[in-house]
Design a protein around this ligand. Structure first.
Ligand code: EPU
Length: 420
């Protein structure tokens, strides 16, 4: 197993190219099996989650490969409806195969995702939506089995206790493209990744309207065709580098981004006194003066993303004063707190709010990554800490950040990988 080592205390300065979005690419790759024809998908990051999805597609019988950032998928006529437990169990996002399998084959079997370190992650909304489309759902031997003679468009409300669900909306959107009649999803998730998925589906001949709002309408069609499509930039990777600029008193220009996808973060950075300049596809984040503490609450898009909560917490650890970070999507997503505190931060948890009392400096320490975004927060903390930080269990980071050491080293960090 590898670990990441960081020699902290360096100011980051320069330009970084942001990769394609992992969370857009995963459902888009799954959606490609809605047709037998070939699709070519560009700007797909080279990450462990992406190669897992490609392996699953191959196991289902599709031909699929990635060359650089381009994935080619030719599903063919003989797709199998059972996603293999061995692969599916390593990646929760595999649940987004349910929709396309059900849409194309009218049956799907995918193993039921368990909880994970960011909390319980139920899939009741996915199942409810598929039932509304006419599927019969059973859970047997840990697998979700969905089947239908035919899928019929339906009106449904997909809000849950924590608001909308990104992948439940994606699953129903994908299945409904090949249902008979019109489906309306109310309280649909409005994340940019869903707009991307809708654009991809429409480029295959689907009729999806309203993506990006909370009411999505899908008019079923008989058949979809192959397509060529480019995935949007990764707003979470971009946000992580934006925080890195502020944290290291740096000056970073981010290229290949959609700045408005990061409005919630940019607004908080401005409030904290950080310099923010944006144009159509890039942004420059500059440290200007002592950063002020800001309070953050995570919410569904366009609110502050839960996937940047841990990184923002790292910034607040060295900001003079008190800030309150409240998690409203995954109330237990705070595994990074104890690790940050080992580096000298002063954070304590009150329910689903972290109270951060800023300290003068962090000191490098061996720390343990627990999930993808927590790992990113520890790398950020390591960049500003005095001395050496060893981030163990780096495989979490490899699920979601393409060439992270290379990108950080190119702007002045000192970070490398070592075998444990
Ligand atoms: N929820 C339910 N029932 C459901 C589904 C979700 O109650 O059937 C709840 C969840 O427990 C949570 C909230 O709804 O409290 C939102 O979860 P959502 O379904 O939107 O999450 P997801 O679709 O499973 C995606 C991202 C996550 C990201 C969340 C929230 C992908 C592959 N994953 O997950 O990304 O945190 O949306 O924005 O798109 C990551 O990249 O590190 C990551 C975890």
């Amino acid at each position: 197993m590898d670990k990441i080592v960081i020699d902290g205390g360096r100011r980051l300065k320069g330009q970084v190219e942001i990769s394609g979005s992992k969370n857009s690419a995963l459902p888009i790759l799954a959606a490609a099996i809605l047709t037998s024809e070939e699709s070519v998908i560009e700007n797909v990051p080279q990450l462990r989650d992406i190669s897992t999805m490609i392996k699953i597609l191959k196991d289902l019988g599709a031909r699929a490969h990635q060359e650089g950032n381009v994935v080619t998928i030719r599903p063919g006529d003989n797709i199998n409806h059972v996603a293999p437990y061995k692969l599916v169990s390593t990646m929760r996002a595999s649940v987004c195969l349910l929709g396309p399998l059900l849409g194309r084959l009218k049956k799907a079997e995918v193993s039921m995702p368990g909880g994970c370190v960011i909390g319980a992650r139920p899939i009741d909304l996915h199942l409810k939506g598929m039932e509304m489309l006419g599927a019969k759902i059973t859970i047997e031997h840990g697998n979700v089995k969905a089947s239908a003679k035919r899928l019929r468009g339906a009106d449904m409300y997909l809000g849950g206790p924590f608001g909308s669900s990104v992948l439940a909306t994606a699953n129903i959107m994908m299945a409904a493209t090949l249902a008979e009649g019109i489906t309306r999803i109310e309280s649909a998730a409005s994340e940019p990744e869903l707009v991307d998925l809708a654009n991809f589906l429409n480029s295959m001949g689907a009729k999806v309207r309203g993506a990006g709002s909370h009411l999505i309408e899908i008019e079923g069609v008989k058949k979809l065709h192959g397509t060529r499509y480019k995935v949007i930039p990764d707003r979470i990777e971009a946000g992580t580098f934006m925080v890195a600029a502020a944290l290291t008193k740096g000056d970073i220009r981010l290229k290949n981004i959609v700045p408005e996808h990061n409005n919630a973060l940019l607004d908080k950075l401005r409030e904290a006194g950080v310099g923010v300049e944006t144009n159509r596809t890039s942004a420059r984040i500059t440290y200007r003066r002592k950063i002020k503490p800001v309070d953050v609450t995570t919410l569904p898009y366009p609110g502050f993303p839960t996937d940047l909560q841990a990184q923002m917490m790292s910034l607040m650890t060295v900001t003079q004063g008190i800030s309150v970070i409240t998690e409203k999507i995954y109330p237990d997503r705070f595994m990074h707190i104890s690790e940050l505190n080992r580096m000298g931060s002063k954070i304590h948890l009150e329910g689903n709010s972290a109270i951060v009392a800023g300290v003068k400096r962090l000191s490098g320490a061996p720390v343990m990554a627990s999930d993808l975004r927590a790992s990113a927060a520890l790398v950020l903390a390591g960049l500003v800490a005095e001395g050496r930080t060893d981030v163990h269990r780096v495989y979490h980071l490899d699920r979601g950040y393409e060439r992270i050491e290379e990108k950080l080293n190119s702007i002045g960090a000192k970070i490398w990988r070592e075998k444990e």
